[in-house]
Design a protein around this ligand. Structure first.
Ligand code: ADP
Length: 393
């Protein structure tokens, strides 16, 4: 008959993994623990947790720290009696019968149950009111901080308002002299003020271009400050996309030609009207096209187009330009943010355009999608709902 090498009753559990082991072997064959060491550690663990120790003697006293000192302060206990009780406590601990100090004092007859109960109750009340005071202090501090934060927030919105007002005022102030400048440049260019030679025409063209840029920058600043002051009122109506393309395409085509870029359009047949703001839609596409042209080096190409899908028309502007790193795509929509923010940056601009483009697209209930690869080009897309038959055409 099969006989095990040792009787079952000799088996014990490994203190580490709990599996049955042969006590004659010093290493557990399941977890490789040193059994002597594991036993010592297991035993230490047993003697440490105070809550375990207090089992069976849980009384309100465990909530009260330094009960002995309190009883002496109250003059209901003598120092010698406390010392005696502490020694007694140690002895009982050594015997494996731990005692709380109040219990020890009672057993030695140093205080009465009544005195002990009263002291413990008083201590608990004191702790409770201390806790309440701490809570009240904490609440007051939270109220104070909340107020400070509210004030800081108000101050920030005031400053932001001041900034918007400042931008609006300064932009309007700049626009007035610029109008005169533009008027006289036009008069000079069309020779109303007398004949101009070729060299002067060249100089005037440069000045007109610079004035044009300045005018656009100022328009952008005024628009931005208007938007930040919450005045983004859309006039939603049925907009004929062909009209929009007819307005923006020739301008973009000319700019691309001047920069040596190939310009592509993809406008499907039977393009329906969309529900949009007639003024702001061409402005969005123009800004995306201006960026595409600006950030595409000579020889590259710029694309604008639309595609019809169920209930919507998707509009896109793409280029084969410098592209944007994936981790910077979100940043380009931050106001005043430019990917190349250095003082020696190659491309002009205020970093406001895309922040406003996003605001306007979102105000249309849509969102702008960007796909871009550094060095390869960028693609900006948003969609607009097809205008329903009920809308005026
Ligand atoms: P900016 O007036 O400076 O062009 P935008 O808000 O229009 O301001 O654009 C913010 C930044 O986003 C630009 O400075 C540029 O770094 C990046 N960006 C925008 N469009 C493109 C694009 N088509 N290709 C590469 N980078 C672009």
């Amino acid at each position: 008959m099969f006989r095990p090498r040792y009787a079952m009753k000799n088996l014990i559990s490994c203190p580490n993994c709990g599996k049955l082991i042969d006590p004659r072997i010093p290493i557990c064959r399941h977890c490789n623990a040193n059994l002597a060491l594991a036993a010592i550690l297991a035993e230490k663990k047993m003697t440490i947790p105070p809550v375990e120790l207090l089992k069976g003697q849980l009384s309100p006293e465990v909530l009260v720290p330094r009960l002995g000192d309190y009883l002496i302060e109250k003059e209901v206990l003598r120092k010698e009696d406390l010392q005696r009780a502490l020694r007694y406590q140690e002895e009982m601990q050594a015997k494996g019968q731990p005692k709380l100090i109040g219990q020890a004092l009672l057993e030695l007859g140093a205080i009465s149950r009544e005195v002990l109960d009263q002291a413990i109750t008083e201590q608990i009340f004191q702790l409770q009111s201390a806790l309440q005071r701490a809570n009240e202090k904490l609440e007051a501090r939270v109220r104070e901080r909340t107020l400070e934060l509210e004030n800081a927030l108000n101050r920030l919105s005031e400053l932001s308002q001041l900034k918007s007002n400042f931008i609006a005022n300064i932009s309007h102030e700049l626009r007035t002299p610029l109008t005169h400048l533009r008027g006289y440049l036009d008069l000079l260019m069309d020779t109303t003020l007398g004949p101009v030679n070729n060299q002067q025409v060249d100089a005037l063209s440069v000045m007109l271009k610079a004035e044009d840029r300045l005018e656009r920058l100022i328009e952008n600043l005024i628009r931005f400050s208007d938007f930040s002051r919450g005045s983004l009122d859309l006039q939603l109506e049925s907009v004929d996309l062909l009209d929009v393309f007819m307005e923006i395409v020739p301008v973009a085509e000319q700019k691309c030609g001047e920069k040596g870029l190939v310009f592509h359009t993809k406008i499907p047949q039977g393009l329906p009207s969309v529900k949009a703001d007639k003024q702001k839609l061409p402005w969005i596409l123009n800004h995306l096209l201006d960026n595409a042209i600006k950030f595409t080096p000579e020889g590259g190409s710029v694309h604008v187009g639309a595609s019809i899908e169920t209930g919507i028309v998707k509009l896109y502007v793409a280029d084969t330009g410098i592209g944007i790193a994936v981790n910077q795509i979100d940043e380009i929509f931050e106001p005043f943010h430019q990917v190349d923010g250095s003082s020696t940056r190659r491309y002009g601009g205020t970093g406001l355009g895309l922040a406003m483009v996003r605001q306007v697209v979102e105000a249309h209930g849509s969102n702008i999608v960007v796909r871009s690869k550094k060095g390869k080009g960028s693609y900006f897309e948003f969609s607009l709902p097809i205008a329903d038959a009920g809308l005026e055409r």
